[in-house]
Design a protein around this ligand. Structure first.
Ligand SMILES: Cc1ncc(COP(=O)(O)O)c(C=O)c1O
Length: 426
């Protein structure tokens, strides 16, 4: 009789039965089997340790396998693992919504749950389009990234990430973001688009565009754009999927803006990196727009695992850790180390830029042509891996976005590895 495969040694496994994301299976090296994690480290079965300099795709906040979060998930699993979220609710979801509303900039009054960053964005887009909007089109920044579902892909405009799907994406107005020195150009494009009067909603990654190249932009110009939109009844959507939960210094990037967007999307760090969860916070006027005695005017959207109690328990535990003074101090330490690195290296002839925003450090290497597929990316990945460091550059752009538990010494090890690429590489 055939038996179900057991969990056993990796050495005996055929890894090829799994199709991996963002991977060209024909040319990529086999994935590294990871069997354990602790603090800022991931461990392979053969015992190699990898210092996780990018918080495993920007999700981990307090370190891997954090015992407090693990314990809270286990406690919740013994009480209630899941319940459908229409017609039912549960304490973890309510407490989490209360905590998020307490922590977010003032003005939000409701939280809608989903499963990941893309769906948090998808929910915001659908809410904006259904709630009102004075026009039909979406406004967004060029080179944005909002996720891989169709709405989220369309929101980003045409980029290299979504090229095979261009014919299927709804049209958006894409304007240049207000990058340093290019604020006037961005504003001009913004005003021209406003003039056409077609815009229903404006979506943006506040202060820094992540997957599009870790590009920082001007918060003041962005806040003015938000204000203009709001004055014209255009719904504004902050995608804080990457920037939320302290990445840019304060708890949210929007804390640094002089305007509060109408919808705010969260995911990634929300559970401290333990379980998938998305959340979209809304202002009351958006919620009110769905109130009607006609059931078809409700927001008819949801997911099987919406507000999963284990994910909410992880998020509640993670937020408790996030609000501890030691976590704030850790983020301040990371930023100050990054700034020291920046002072030392920003003028290096091999660099186009060296930027710091909170716990994020970005360096862009001078290369012949700059694309996501630039061969420098693989060279960097391989070299850092040999040094036991996990990074994932965006072409010629290398960034650090570490878990907050990383130590000064661990940061110094990463900086020295970068220094070798600058000083010793030809
Ligand atoms: C700003 C932003 N929005 C949305 C997403 C999509 O999140 P997910 O990968 O969880 O669907 C990402 C993912 O990188 C992101 O950086």
């Amino acid at each position: 009789m055939e038996t179900i495969p057991s969990l056993g040694s990796w050495a005996l496994r055929d890894l090829s039965c799994v199709w991996h994301p963002f991977t060209q299976a024909k040319t990529a090296s086999p994935p590294i089997p990871i069997v354990k994690s602790k603090g800022a480290y991931l461990y392979s079965e053969s015992g190699e340790a990898y210092l996780d300099a990018i918080a495993s795709w920007w999700v981990n906040l307090h370190g891997h396998a954090h015992p407090y979060i693990a314990e809270k998930i286990a406690e919740q699993a013994r009480d209630l693992e899941h319940v459908l979220f229409t017609g039912f609710t549960h304490p973890q979801a309510i407490v989490l919504a209360e905590r998020l509303l307490f922590m977010l900039p003032r003005g939000y009054s409701r939280v809608f749950y989903s499963d990941n960053g893309s769906t948090a964005v998808e929910v915001a887009l659908k809410m904006a389009f259904q709630a009102k909007g004075n026009g039909k089109k979406l406004l967004s920044f060029q080179e944005a990234y909002h996720g891989d579902t169709f709405g989220a892909m369309a929101a980003a405009g045409k980029t290299h990430y979504n090229r095979p799907f261009w014919p299927y994406l709804f049209q958006v107005h894409s304007i240049p973001p207000p990058l340093s020195g290019k604020e006037a150009e961005s504003w001009k494009a913004f005003e021209a688009t406003m003039g056409a009067g077609e815009i229903a909603a404006f979506i943006f990654e506040p202060l820094i565009q992540g997957a599009g190249g870790m590009r920082l932009h001007c918060g003041k110009t962005l806040a003015r754009m938000i204000e203009v939109c709001q004055a014209q009844g255009i719904i504004t959507i902050a995608d804080e999927v990457m920037t939320g939960f302290g990445r840019t210094g304060p708890l949210f990037a929007c804390n640094q803006l002089d305007a509060t967007p109408d919808l705010l999307c969260l995911s990634k760090g929300i559970t401290g990196g333990f379980l998938p969860l998305g959340a979209t916070a809304t202002k009351e006027f958006i919620f009110n727009a769905f109130l009607s005695s006609d059931v078809t005017r409700a927001f008819l959207h949801g997911h099987s695992y919406t507000a999963n109690p284990l994910a909410c328990a992880a998020a509640n535990a993670s937020l408790e850790l996030l609000l501890q003074p030691t976590c704030t101090a850790a983020r301040i330490m990371i930023e100050s180390e990054h700034r020291q690195f920046q002072r030392q290296w920003k003028k290096h002839p091999k660099l186009i830029r060296c930027d710091v925003l909170g716990t994020i450090l970005v360096i862009e290497y001078k290369t012949d042509g700059a694309s996501y597929y630039h061969p420098l990316k693989q060279r960097l990945v391989d070299f850092f891996r040999e040094q036991g460091i996990l990074i994932r550059p965006l072409g010629n752009v290398l960034y650090l976005l570490p878990p907050y538990c990383i130590t000064r010494e661990e940061l110094q090890k990463i900086y020295s590895t970068i220094a070798i690429t600058l000083e010793a590489w030809s």
